[in-house]
Design a protein around this ligand. Structure first.
Ligand code: SAM
Length: 376
């Protein structure tokens, strides 16, 4: 299978451009960005490399084809016409998921079952089988997504979502998705030589992601991916991608990263998570209230995801936290401060207008990422 393939990196709303940059850095071309997904040209190695390296994408799917279909017959025939046997082994377990929006073919269960029938029929012919498929082998999750009558058929290569790096064994209150934490860092100009502080660290997601970025450690290094089970991708492809990741990691890069939180329990959880990520001694953890934070250097980066004050009775407490933080940081103009919150009047409480604001979704909560650039 030497022909080029097309991959789709799915992304949370608002993160597409960051995912695109990551794909570009991996060396892939012909990158097209749409709502919630970024498509790009790759090769077999690209499946392994993008799963291993993409820090801000949700998952990587292999695009089988896109076509218009207005009837079940058209859906069946066009699905059957695709070379599924190039990817799915004779024993493969095929699981079809689906969605449909503003389309003639609106019954998702029917579309799923037609796609499954078409793939099975194709494979029976390709493998000259007279009986049904055994489906006892590797898993293949096929997605049939229909939007305005345009059908996209893809195979999920990731398995569990890419935010599952494998290090978060414990979590505090309202933990950030690892992919979003990585995006928050990539939206700053932080370099591994700069001091980095997260004063609302919870389970430690932001400092852990910063350390992985700082030492150029592939975020997927400690986990497995669905497509690793597929016979269609030789194991050497995965081995080479892992070797490359090992070569590119810079374990000697010194880091000055601190995570603190008012909660003792959170700090314990964060420490465990960092240990699981293999970063045991790299991050400084400290139980501390944000109002006691005092920068130790003239310049640095503060990145935080504080409480939003959405719960009953919490509003005044968070206003005080924002005021205290604004007051502290006003004495350190060379520090860059980045705060994600859904609290509407953040700038007023913080006491300063942000240099830049960016809308981001934390799950279903719409937030703003307030960015205060430090003076050079
Ligand atoms: C939204 S959570 C942060 C979640 C974190 N980013 C994660 O991925 O787990 C907010 C955190 O702020 C902490 N917190 C609340 N009030 C605080 C204060 N006054 N000073 C420092 N931390 C505080 C909470 O204990 C909680 O862990």
């Amino acid at each position: 299978m030497s022909q080029p393939i097309k991959l789709i990196a799915t992304a949370a709303m608002g993160l597409e451009s960051i995912v695109k940059n990551e794909i570009k850095q991996l060396g892939y071309e012909n990158i097209q960005t749409e709502n919630g997904r970024v498509m790009f040209d790759a090769d077999l190695a690209g499946i392994a490399r993008s799963n291993l390296w993409l820090r801000t994408a949700d998952r990587v799917k292999l695009l089988m084809d896109e076509f218009n279909a207005y009837s079940f017959e058209e859906l069946f025939e066009q699905t059957k016409a695709l070379p599924w046997e190039e990817w799915i082994s004779k024993e493969g377990f095929i699981h079809v998921v689906g969605k449909s929006h503003k389309s003639k073919l609106y019954s998702v269960p029917d579309c799923q079952s037609i796609v499954k029938k078409a793939i099975v029929s194709r494979l029976q012919e390709a493998y000259s089988l007279t009986s049904r498929l055994e489906e006892t082998g590797a898993r293949y999750k096929v997605e049939v997504a229909i939007l305005k009558d345009k059908v996209t058929l893809s195979l999920d290569t990731s398995g569990s979502g890419l935010h599952k790096r494998g290090y978060r064994i414990g979590q505090g209150e309202a933990p950030l998705k690892e992919t979003l934490a990585a995006a928050l860092i990539q939206l700053t100009n932080w370099t591994p030589d700069d001091p980095f502080v997260d004063p609302f660290t919870g389970s430690g997601t932001i400092p852990i992601e910063a350390a992985l970025i700082g030492q150029n450690i592939a975020p997927g290094f400690n986990r497995e991916f669905q497509a690793e089970e597929w016979d269609s991708i030789p194991s050497t492809v995965w081995e080479q991608a892992l070797e490359e990741a090992e070569d590119l990691a810079n374990y000697d890069q010194p880091l000055d990263i601190t995570g603190s939180d008012i909660s003792h329990q959170s700090i314990e959880i964060a420490k465990h998570n960092a240990m699981e990520a293999g970063l045991a001694d790299l991050i400084n953890w400290k139980q501390m209230q944000a109002k006691d934070f005092m920068p130790k250097s003239e310049k640095g980066y503060l990145i935080g995801n504080p409480p939003y004050g959405e719960r009953l009775g919490e509003k005044e407490t968070v206003e005080q936290i924002y005021q205290d933080l604004g007051h502290i940081m006003s004495s350190y103009p060379k520090w860059s401060v980045y705060i994600m919150t859904s609290y509407q009047d953040f700038e007023k409480q913080y006491g300063q207008k942000a240099t830049k604001k960016r809308k981001l979704f934390n799950g279903f909560i719409q937030t703003n990422y307030y960015q205060y650039f430090g003076k050079k």
